[in-house]
Ligand binder design. Structure first.
Ligand SMILES: NC(=O)c1ccc[n+]([C@@H]2O[C@H](COP(=O)([O-])OP(=O)(O)OC[C@H]3O[C@@H](n4cnc5c(N)ncnc54)[C@H](O)[C@@H]3O)[C@@H](O)[C@H]2O)c1
Length: 461
């Protein structure tokens, strides 16, 4: 009974906040509470010294070559680090940076003294580089997921408090125009009081299957898709709902990949079953993949074209969770990793109506070239809002990087995320993992020192 009252009260608060935002300039509201470039001091823009650890595909492209190409007026790369010397050398040439390269992280930090450190290593190492990077004087720009378990998250929370440094988590999913539009509509009051969300994500047998080829297939490296992938989705929920998650109850299984396959090998290049296997993938067809991964296997033995049916796959490929939020909103979530097409369906249920979206990211079943949001009023008409599909997440990637590298870039939709947001996004997935083991709901407040709030807070931890 008391819980319901809290839920009802918090929903009224949600609307009050919505009304405030709808009725005033969103930019004014935002800039007062949460500067977008929150780790550049509010003095005149000076060129930031940047170091990067993890020269894999994400490090050398999104946070490497593209940054040199688009932000050289604002940043200088001063150091690159990776524990695979071949990939490090390739990365330096590919990025086009003239800085030094290091296999020793501490040495790089001490010699180059970067203002900011970009962390694009394998997920289970993020916490180490965030903590050590802060201790050695840098603010951090980290790829999702921020960390793969609650102890690692606590390490980051403590390091941020102790060092006074910041960690920006680069949740690029927040930046797609259609997702920002949903954020705005939720605050406009159009569907009334938000009460629940149905959210179902489908990974396909190409991109989705690739998680089962790579290090992501091991829970100890990526935290399972509950954390590696779904932290994107949980972050979207946390951001849209603007409240913190309270509890998670989850189910999951591995029924398609790994031990379930009809045959297996270590990797596709050494497989006797290539003719029968729908998942056969010839990495040698891409000279980029060959140079980034195959040529450097000799240093660490990492096989980028691993077999999706290897017996060591220990993550789930079908998952479902019920998530309760502090403001009473409840969410039905699922993730399926072997669908014929990739994308998601979402419905936001409110007291005055509903907002639906069906976004297809690969192999769409129609030749439609736009994404669509539908707003249906309980006793009114439907409204269809369409967005042309385009690369770079519809321009979102540029806004994310502008906010990170260019001083005073506005943040009208509160898309900038720090340690608090990075933590809650991972904690939902970590709680789901724990819930499957214990067969019980898991309370988010029991995992770290972070205290979930009814109204999401925009401040450091
Ligand atoms: N936001 C997104 O949409 C998105 C997309 C892709 C990847 N990512 C994230 O980017 C990160 C990197 O992913 P990726 O696809 O580039 O993987 P990758 O395997 O291509 O690269 C990881 C790199 O980290 C290096 N590395 C691993 N452990 C290290 C250590 N202890 N010290 C130094 N280097 C180490 C590896 O040698 C490799 O070069 C991951 O955290 C991933 O979740 C995010």
């Amino acid at each position: 009974m008391q819980k319901n009252n809290i839920g009802a009260m918090s929903r009224r608060r949600f609307l009050a906040v919505s009304g405030a935002i709808a009725g005033t300039s969103i930019i004014d509201h935002q800039s007062k509470v949460y500067p977008a470039v929150f780790h550049i001091s509010k003095t005149d823009q000076v060129k930031q010294k940047i170091a990067l650890v993890g020269t894999g595909v994400r490090g050398v492209s999104t946070w490497g070559r593209n940054v040199v190409r688009d932000y050289s007026d604002y940043v200088d790369f001063v150091g690159l680090c990776d524990n695979n010397p071949g990939r490090l050398e390739f990365g330096k040439n590919f990025i086009g940076a003239s800085c030094s390269t290091y296999s020793d992280f501490d040495k790089m930090m001490k010699e180059t003294k970067p203002d900011s450190l970009i962390v694009t290593t394998v997920d289970d190492t993020h916490d180490y580089f965030i903590k050590r990077g802060m201790e050695l004087g840098a603010n951090i720009i980290c790829e999702k997921p921020m960390a793969i378990d609650e102890k690692k998250i606590q390490t980051i929370i403590d390091a941020e408090k102790r060092t006074g440094k910041d960690c920006r988590v680069t949740f690029n999913y927040r930046y797609s125009p259609h997702r920002a539009k949903m954020w705005k509509i939720l605050r406009s009051g159009e569907i009334g009081d938000l009460t629940s969300i149905d959210f179902h994500w489908y990974l396909d047998t190409s991109h989705g299957a690739s998680y089962f080829r790579r290090w992501h297939r091991l829970v100890e490296r990526g935290g399972s898709l509950w954390v590696h992938k779904a932290s994107h989705h949980f972050d979207l929920l946390n951001w849209w709902i603007e409240s913190d998650p309270e509890s998670v109850y989850a189910l999951g299984d591995l029924e398609f990949y790994g031990k379930n396959g009809p045959f297996r090998a270590e990797n596709c290049r050494n497989c006797p079953h290539t003719k029968q296997c729908d998942f056969y993938w010839d990495i040698m067809k891409s000279s980029y993949n060959k140079r980034l991964y195959v040529d450097n296997e000799k240093y660490d033995g990492y096989l980028r074209d691993g077999c999706v049916f290897r017996n060591d796959v220990n993550i789930y490929d079908k998952m479902a969770a019920t998530i309760k939020y502090m403001n009473g909103v409840q969410v039905s979530y699922s993730l399926t990793a072997y669908s014929p097409y990739e994308g998601y369906r979402i419905a936001f249920n409110g007291t005055k109506g509903r907002m639906d979206a069906w976004i297809q990211e690969s192999n769409p079943t129609t030749d439609r070239r736009y994404d669509e949001i539908v707003i249906a009023k309980n006793f009114g008409k439907r409204e269809y809002i369409q967005f042309p599909q385009s690369g770079g997440h519809g321009g979102g990637d540029k806004i994310l990087k502008d906010q990170i590298f260019i001083l005073n870039t506005p943040d009208p939709y509160k898309q900038a995320a720090g340690v608090r947001d990075g933590s809650f996004a991972c904690l939902v997935g970590i709680a789901a993992r724990e819930s499957i083991k214990s067969k019980m709901p898991v309370m988010i407040k029991d995992l770290t020192t972070l205290i979930p709030q009814t109204q999401k807070e925009y401040k450091r931890v």
